[in-house]
Write a protein that binds this ligand. Structure first.
Ligand SMILES: *[C@@H]1O[C@H](CO)[C@@H](O)[C@H](O)[C@H]1NC(C)=O
Ligand SMILES: *[C@@H]1O[C@H](CO)[C@@H](O)[C@H](O)[C@H]1NC(C)=O
Length: 443
């Protein structure tokens, strides 16, 4: 961008900020601050949950916000001095969601896969929402699910507003297992979970893929994790985070009766894969002296370790990368941040430094009260009215909810959870301003 247009944009920004500051003085007078005793305004938007539905399903992401727009209480942001005031100003700029994404040829799309069975519909939709909300590129969703859930996925995704639907396309696939006994695969760990092992075989036309569990939330653009593909060296073909940061108290080192990757094993809830490479590689293994192709290896491996594995397909992945460690890119814990990283004290350094990038609420923590910090993030994302201002309708309610979590170890480090989301919102906002205010519409 040229210097002159940048200066013009800055000038405009300053003017807007001044105007907003004046406006907010007036608005502030007419509205008493809310007491922290009544934290999130979001739940109040949906006053009467229907008793027939399971808890948590009252605000399906597909549902448009119905309730009257109330300005949520606005606490002073705690995260970082650098922007408390300007964050406040940003909060009053509507429409930063209309960010422009570049028109890209299909080969530059991000491919995101998820396997959703049972009662994971809402959770999956919230995950997809978080992906679309912040991403700059177009995303191709590959949703693997039971026949009974397919119509609901279709319906809900089509109900999203245009500004979202134009950023993704979705394909829905049945659960299929190409080798071995389908019933046996289905029973492994959780219904359908073993499906992820077959993605390289099923998605033959896809070069690279990000697979995530349904209980994952993106707190920054998916583009950022996708970029890690470029960091693979010539032998690496998949990336995962360690199962635990402190190997000696991690599950694998204490209990596993099978080989596993590294000293703590890997967690397969967030998995970035170059499928082209996976399909063209011969993997070392314990059964044959020669390598085996991915597809040919899965069932023999399963049979060989069937009685030793506890966590199903994740254990198989650990076994595979135990024999082929040079094929794995180990990414830091901020890309797969779980309750384990804070519930006994904070142990994920990268998240302390950079903030959580991808949240993984395993152990069902979005749906019970064991880890209210995780639940607060889930509900903030779920209840965010699609078109609203991110600061007002997500960030501030979230901060208020966090105030109620300080009695937990995870709740004592709110900045770890908020850092990336704050940065992401700021970036989304700036992008919007530069594109819409800047005189030249290039980017
Ligand atoms: C995946 O690997 C193939 C083969 O090495 C390579 O041509 C392709 O560019 C890689 N894809 C990405 C996104 O890096
Ligand atoms: C790629 O990185 C892995 C893990 O750090 C390493 O084991 C492997 O030797 C590297 N491959 C090459 C070709 O350098």
């Amino acid at each position: 961008m040229k210097l002159r247009s940048k200066a013009a944009a800055l000038l405009l920004l300053a003017l807007a900020a001044l105007l907003l500051a004046l406006l907010s003085l007036r608005a502030g007078r007419s509205e008493p601050p809310a007491s922290p005793g009544h934290p999130a305004s979001a739940p109040q938007r949906h006053p009467a949950p229907l008793p027939a539905r399971p808890p948590g399903s009252r605000a399906l992401p597909g549902a448009r916000p119905r309730a009257p727009r109330r300005r949520p209480p606005r606490p002073r942001p705690r995260a970082g001095r650098r922007g408390a005031g300007s964050l406040d100003k940003l909060a009053r700029r509507p429409g930063q969601l209309r960010s422009v994404h570049a028109v890209l040829p299909p080969e530059l799309w991000i491919h995101l896969a998820v396997v959703a069975c049972g009662n994971r519909l809402e959770e999956t939709l919230v995950m997809l929402k978080s992906a679309v909300l912040f991403s700059h590129r177009k995303i191709q969703f590959h949703i693997f699910t039971e026949d009974s859930l397919k119509p609901e996925f279709d319906k809900q995704l089509r109900q999203w507003p245009d500004s979202y639907t134009k950023k993704f396309e979705h394909r829905i696939y049945p659960i299929t297992f190409s080798v071995g006994n389908p019933q046996e695969w289905k029973k492994l760990f959780k219904p359908c979970a073993a499906q992820r092992l077959f993605l390289p075989v099923i998605l033959k036309d896809v070069d690279s893929l990000l697979y995530v569990d349904t209980d994952v939330l993106f707190l920054r653009p998916v583009d950022d994790i996708w970029k890690l593909l470029r960091q693979f060296n010539s032998t690496q073909l998949a990336a995962m985070a360690p199962e635990h940061e402190i190997p000696k108290i991690g599950w694998y080192s204490r209990f596993a009766r099978h080989p596993f990757y590294g000293s703590a094993g890997v967690n397969s809830g967030v998995m970035l894969m170059n499928l082209t490479r996976i399909r063209s590689t011969q993997f070392k293994n314990s059964m044959t002296r020669t390598g085996l192709a991915w597809e040919d290896m899965l069932y023999p491996l399963y049979q060989a370790y069937r009685d030793a594995i506890t966590w199903g397909d994740q254990d198989l992945l650990n076994i595979i990368f135990y024999f082929n460690p040079e094929r794995l890119y180990l990414f830091p814990c901020q890309w797969n941040y779980r309750p384990d990283h804070c519930m006994y004290g904070s142990n994920c350094r990268e998240a302390e430094r950079e903030g959580v990038s991808v949240l993984h609420g395993n152990r069902g923590v979005y749906h019970d009260d064991k880890q209210p910090t995780f639940k607060a993030l889930y509900e903030a994302m779920r209840d965010f009215p699609f078109q609203d201002n991110l600061f007002q309708s997500m960030y501030y309610p979230l901060q208020l909810k966090f105030l109620e979590t300080v009695h937990t170890l995870c709740g004592r480090i709110p900045q770890v959870f908020l850092k990336q989301i704050e940065k992401t919102m700021r970036r989304a906002y700036e992008k919007h301003v530069i594109i819409h205010v800047g005189p030249d519409h290039t980017h």
